[in-house]
Ligand binder design. Structure first.
Ligand SMILES: Nc1ncnc2c1ncn2[C@@H]1O[C@H](COP(=O)(O)OP(=O)(O)OP(=O)(O)O)[C@@H](O)[C@H]1O
Ligand SMILES: [Mg+2]
Length: 268
């Protein structure tokens, strides 16, 4: 029998397991019959038209929405279980346009990511300081760590928010449109960073983006979401845009007012 090396769990639970998920918002079905399993170390991209439920799916995973049906398990726990505290990082759709009237430096923001119920009232100790320093270094913001977020570019702000997630030592990082509002160089370095986090730090990343080209070049697995999952597979098997139109016709359209789609106007 094979010896299991120390530190390796013989049967590791999937990071995320979603079964038969449906979500309605304001009486309208937004997500339907979603089944999704994500294993540790995967780098997954979610694409889909505007309003197709991508952010809704992330919010459901974070436990922010009431489920109409189905189950979500993160390491086998329901979302928002105390057992998950600090293990999930979240970079929201609006991360690059954080309010600029709040004066907070990069280091302060990242340090907030290390706050938890246990250390809330104590001074920042050496290990927390070190985690903050490392996270800032990983995203390449050392030079501006004492600068107010309001004075940074969109790409730098995006990286600061990612550093906050890293400092929290989250293992599962959800990003909603992290590429919006940043220039090409910043986008490329951000994608490289995310790829490294998966490969070198064994993080698991679920990223929503409209930037199909960038996604194709970076993620290992792609999901096309439009109310339900229309495609889920290896990136190199992801259909061309022309075939996507067919994919969207596979399922009958549910409800009213859902027969046309907004354009992919964002960032392309
Ligand atoms: N708070 C809310 N209450 C009710 N309906 C909402 C709410 N937020 C979003 N919706 C609706 O849910 C649907 C899916 O929205 P969602 O934000 O998940 O889409 P998305 O795929 O992230 O779109 P985008 O690409 O524009 O970010 C849309 O029809 C939207 O109008
Ligand atoms: Mg969205």
């Amino acid at each position: 029998m094979r010896q299991v090396p120390v530190g390796e769990t013989p049967q590791e639970l999937p990071i995320l397991e979603i079964e038969n998920l449906s979500v309605s918002r304001s009486g309208k079905v937004i997500l339907k019959d979603i089944d999704l399993t994500i294993e540790k170390g995967e780098f997954i991209g979610i694409v889909g038209p505007n309003g197709s439920g991508k952010s809704t799916l992330l919010l459901a995973i974070l436990g922010e929405l009431r489920l109409q049906s189905g189950d979500i398990g993160i390491y086998g726990h329901p979302p928002q279980s105390r057992k998950l505290y600090g293990r999930i990082g979240w970079v929201s759709q609006a991360a690059s346009n954080l309010p600029t009237h709040v004066r907070v430096t990069v280091r302060e923001l990242v340090q907030l990511g290390t706050l938890n119920a246990r250390n809330m009232f104590s001074f920042v100790d050496e290990s927390r300081r070190e985690r903050v320093r490392k996270a800032i270094e990983m995203v390449g913001l050392e030079d501006v760590e004492n600068v107010d977020l309001g004075r940074l570019s969109g790409g730098q702000r995006q990286r600061a928010v990612i550093a906050r997630a890293l400092a929290s030592e989250a293992e599962f990082i959800l990003l909603d449109e992290p590429l919006v509002g940043i220039d090409r160089d910043a986008r490329n370095s951000l994608l490289k960073l995310l790829d490294q986090l998966c490969h070198e730090q064994d993080k698991t990343i679920l990223m929503v983006s409209h930037d199909l080209t960038a996604m194709r070049q970076t993620v290992h697995r792609m999901i096309f979401l439009e109310e339900t999952i229309r495609f889920d597979g290896k990136t190199h098997n992801f259909p061309e845009l022309t075939e996507l139109a067919d994919l969207r016709g596979i399922e009958p359209v549910h409800g009213e007012g859902h027969t046309h789609h907004h354009s992919h106007s964002k960032e392309e």
